[in-house]
Structure formats: structure tokens, C-alpha cells
Ligand binder design. Structure first.
Ligand code: NAD
Length: 442
């Protein structure tokens, strides 16, 4: 049993702390957002993540998991401290490590015994060195602190399962004792463990996200070609993805990648390459294909409805992907913003992200409680996020609620023939219907 402190109780920190408590450790999670902590103390979760609430409540009840607004409580008397604070993109595209710096200074201020500081935030290469020197400079006690890089690979929407059953655990460490402690901590997960130096571990995280982003942009580009030549990208992706060297994951075309990780981490790696005077045209292309994907899809909608001014568009899904309430960098939000800018009236639905989307979109969009309410009087219906509840909608019923007949299925959830049978003019992404082919190159 380890005494663990977690600094930052967001998607990563809260899942990490909770799962480590579930594994039998004594965990204190801290956050500078006092409201978030007050809610957690009452058992209210600040985010939507399947299975997490149950684990938080069970571990709070057992006394293994607690929350504090005082970061010092997550440092004093703890032998392993995780840093899981946000690292958003700066204006220049590099990752902003100011919260990581603040956390390091707090560790230095309150550390009162030999401690392993584990960085879980996604950071630029050499941040472990930075954290180490910040702590060494600011620390008043003589106790040894070792800094380890242990990037997190969980996906929002399946974060608990991903944490408990990881494909691999990467530990960037150059201290035998710290390596042994982390091996012991993660042993119950029985996952393949890759031990590297800290800089390599930091690079592995950025490279993983940049590769996934590139794969998504690749299939989006292929989708556009498929639509133009009359092929169906879903079958193309299945056929190509069946090759183990390629793999079927991240081969679903759509509105492009979003969220709080892939866009910023890919851009950050590109900036790192620039700074090192190394060209990275592939990363640049992945980003520019992604930026074009929302514009391209809006153009398709315009071609289908014949102009957006004064048109009512129902949008299903605002989260950046299914299973989460996270709307950071959501392509669905960018899509809606573009519709509004073009004069459309947008009525939107999302099963979990309404509150966060509302904060971003304000009063420009009307939210409704059910997908069928969104369809009421709409000229077109757009599926923007692949939520499970959007896969089994009664298309004929939706169509009856609508004024127009356009279904733009930006997640390819429906069979074009069934949609046509329900009275829709259907357009997917990269599919072979004559309509898709005609509209492929706006
Ligand atoms: P988040 O914004 O959900 O949570 C970060 C939390 O840290 C916030 O609650 C914030 O109030 C708190 N915080 C900021 N500074 C603090 C400080 N000095 N002391 C205490 N708390 C502080 O962010 P997230 O999505 O959990 O991401 C955290 C890190 O993990 C980022 O680097 C991200 O890139 C990385 N990551 C995220 C995911 C993901 O799916 N969200 C997956 C893997 C890695």
C-alpha cells in the first residue's frame, strides 16, 4: 500500500487517483479549483466518465480516497505524488507547463520525506528535468525527491477501463528505487511495462497522440477520395485496417479529431520539431487536413440545403467524441459555430455535454432534451458525435418532425438505403451514394 497524492483532479487526475485507491492505496486528490473539490467531497463528480462515479463513491466510503483544496495535503506524508494538471496549448502552439511548474513548487514547499514525483501530464520533452530542478532549487528539506515521467494513455469515454487495462505502461526513470516502487504500484494491472529514460517517455506520449491524429487525418483524406470515385470508405477502412500492420482503430472518418489532447499534442510536437530545426511536413499535413474537415462538411451541408441563412439545422452531438461531456476543441462545436456564423438557426442535443457546450456557445444555440425535439421543424439534421443513443433513432419518426429532408451523417452511423427509405436525402462521409459523390468536392 502506498500513500499517494494527486495534484490536479480533472479527467486524468481523478481517474488515476480513484483507480489507484481501488487497487488498495491510500490516495488524496487535490485541486486548486475549490468548487470542484467541494463537489467531490459531497460525492458529486465534476465530469462525465462511465463507471467513475461508482468507484469514487466506493473508495470514499472505504476511506482510501479523499479530496482536498489544499495541495499541501497531497504532498505532506505522501511517498508518491502524481502531477496531473492541465497543459493547454500556448498561443505559439507549444504546451503551457505553467501549472506543472506551480505543482512542482508546491511539492518543494511541502515535501517532508523521501518522495517520488510522477508526472502524468502530457509535457514537452525535458519537463522531468525542469520539474527536478524546480524542486531542487525550492526545497527546504534534505529528503530525496526523484522525478519520473509516466505518461497517461487513457481515452475519455473509457478512461476507467483504459486505466485498469492499459496496452502498456511507460515509465521514464533513472533511479532504481523509484523504478522498483512504480513497478510494484502497477503490478496488479499485469500490463506490459516499458521502462525508459524520462525524455524518451515524454516523447512516447507526444508521438502516440501525433500518430493517432495523423491516422484520423489520413482516413478523412481517403474518405474524400472515396466519395469522389464512388467507393465506400467504411469498407475501405475495414479492408485496409484488417492488415495488422495498419489496424482498424482510428479509421472512422468524421468531422476530424478534437478534444484536449490530439490537436494540442500534435501541434506541440510540430513546434518541437521546428525548434530543433527538423522538418515535420507530415504533422503539418495532419493538422491542415483536420482544419479543413469541418469546413468541408459545412460546405457539403450548404450544397445540400442550398444556403444556411435562416435555415434551421438540428445538430445531434456536441462532445468531441461519444462517452464524454468534454467539448474542448470539439469539431462539433466548431461546426456549429460555422453554421451560426453563416446565419443558420441551430437546435442542438447532446446526452452529456449540454452544460459545457452551453458555456462555449452561449445563447447562439437552443438546446433540447431529446433528439426528436431537435428535429422539430428542421431543414436538415446533422449527426456530429457518434453517441450510442444516435445509432438506433427511428429515422421515419425524425423525418416526420422535420420540414426538410436532409440527413448529413457526419459519423456514418446509418445505412444510406434505410435513410432514403425513411424519406431522407442522405449524405455520409466518404460513402458511395450518388449524392455523396456529387457533393464530394465543394
Ligand atoms: P483537466 O483540465 O481536466 O484537469 C486538470 C486539473 O488540474 C483541473 O481541475 C485544474 O483545476 C487542476 N490544476 C491546475 N493547476 C493546478 C495546481 N497547480 N495544483 C492543483 N491543481 C491544479 O485536464 P486533464 O484532461 O485531466 O489533463 C491533464 C493532463 O493529462 C494534460 O497534460 C493532458 O494533456 C494529459 N492527458 C489528458 C488525457 C485526457 O483524455 N483528458 C489523456 C492523457 C493525458
Amino acid at each position: 500500500m502506498h500513500r499517494i497524492g494527486v495534484i490536479g483532479s480533472g479527467y486524468v487526475g481523478l481517474v488515476t487517483g480513484t483507480c489507484l485507491a481501488e487497487l488498495g492505496n491510500d490516495v488524496v486528490c487535490a485541486d486548486t479549483d475549490a468548487k470542484r473539490i467541494e463537489g467531490l467531497m459531497r460525492g458529486e463528480l465534476p465530469l462525465h466518465e462511465p463507471g467513475l462515479a461508482e468507484l469514487v463513491h466506493a473508495n470514499q466510503a472505504s476511506g482510501r480516497l479523499s479530496f482536498t483544496p489544499d495541495v499541501g495535503d497531497a504532498v505532506r506524508g505522501r511517498n508518491i505524488i502524481f502531477i496531473a494538471v492541465g497543459t493547454p496549448a500556448r498561443d505559439d502552439g507549444h504546451l503551457d507547463v505553467s501549472h506543472v511548474r506551480d505543482a512542482a513548487i508546491d511539492v518543494a514547499k511541502y515535501v517532508d520525506g523521501p518522495t517520488i514525483v510522477v508526472n502524468k501530464s502530457t509535457v514537452p520533452v525535458q519537463t522531468a528535468d525542469l520539474v527536478h530542478s524546480l524542486i531542487a532549487q525550492a526545497k527546504t528539506s534534505a529528503h530525496e525527491t526523484t522525478v519520473v515521467s509516466n505518461p497517461e494513455f487513457l481515452r475519455e469515454g473509457s478512461a476507467v477501463v483504459d486505466f485498469m487495462h492499459p496496452d502498456r505502461i511507460v515509465i521514464g526513470v533513472s533511479h532504481e528505487g523509484a523504478e522498483a516502487a512504480l513497478r510494484e504500484l502497477y503490478a496488479p494491472l499485469r500490463a506490459p511495462l516499458l521502462v525508459t529514460d524520462p525524455r524518451t517517455a515524454e516523447m512516447i506520449k507526444l508521438v502516440s497522440n501525433a500518430f493517432l491524429a495523423t491516422k484520423i487525418s489520413f482516413i478523412n483524406e481517403i474518405a474524400n477520395i472515396c466519395a469522389a470515385v464512388g467507393a465506400d470508405v467504411r469498407d475501405v477502412a475495414a479492408g485496409a485496417g484488417a492488415d495488422k500492420r495498419i489496424g482498424a482503430a482510428c479509421m472512422q472518418p468524421g468531422l476530424g479529431f478534437g478534444g484536449s489532447c490530439l490537436p494540442k499534442d500534435t501541434l506541440a510536437l510540430h513546434r518541437i520539431a521546428e525548434q530543433a530545426d527538423v522538418g515535420a511536413p507530415l504533422l503539418e499535413a495532419a493538422l491542415s487536413v483536420n482544419a479543413a474537415q469541418v469546413r468541408r462538411t459545412v460546405a457539403r451541408l450548404i450544397a445540400l440545403v442550398g444556403g444556411l441563412r435562416g435555415r434551421t439545422i438540428a445538430v445531434l452531438g456536441l462532445a468531441f467524441k461519444a462517452g464524454t461531456d468534454d467539448t474542448r476543441e470539439s469539431p462539433a462545436i466548431a461546426f456549429v459555430r460555422s453554421l451560426v456564423a453563416d446565419g443558420a438557426i441551430v437546435v442542438a442535443h447532446d446526452p452529456a455535454a449540454e452544460e459545457r457546450a452551453g458555456r462555449e456557445l452561449g445563447t447562439t444555440v437552443r438546446f433540447v432534451a431529446h433528439p426528436y425535439d431537435a428535429a422539430e421543424g428542421a431543414d436538415a439534421l446533422v449527426i456530429a458525435t457518434a453517441w450510442n443513443e444516435y445509432t438506433e433513432l427511428d429515422l421515419a419518426e425524425l423525418r416526420r418532425h422535420m420540414r426538410g429532408d436532409v440527413l448529413l451523417d457526419a459519423r456514418n452511423l446509418y445505412d444510406p438505403l434505410k435513410a432514403a427509405a425513411a424519406g431522407f436525402r442522405y449524405a455520409g462521409i466518404g460513402r458511395s451514394s450518388p449524392l455523396s459523390a456529387a457533393l464530394a468536392s465543394p
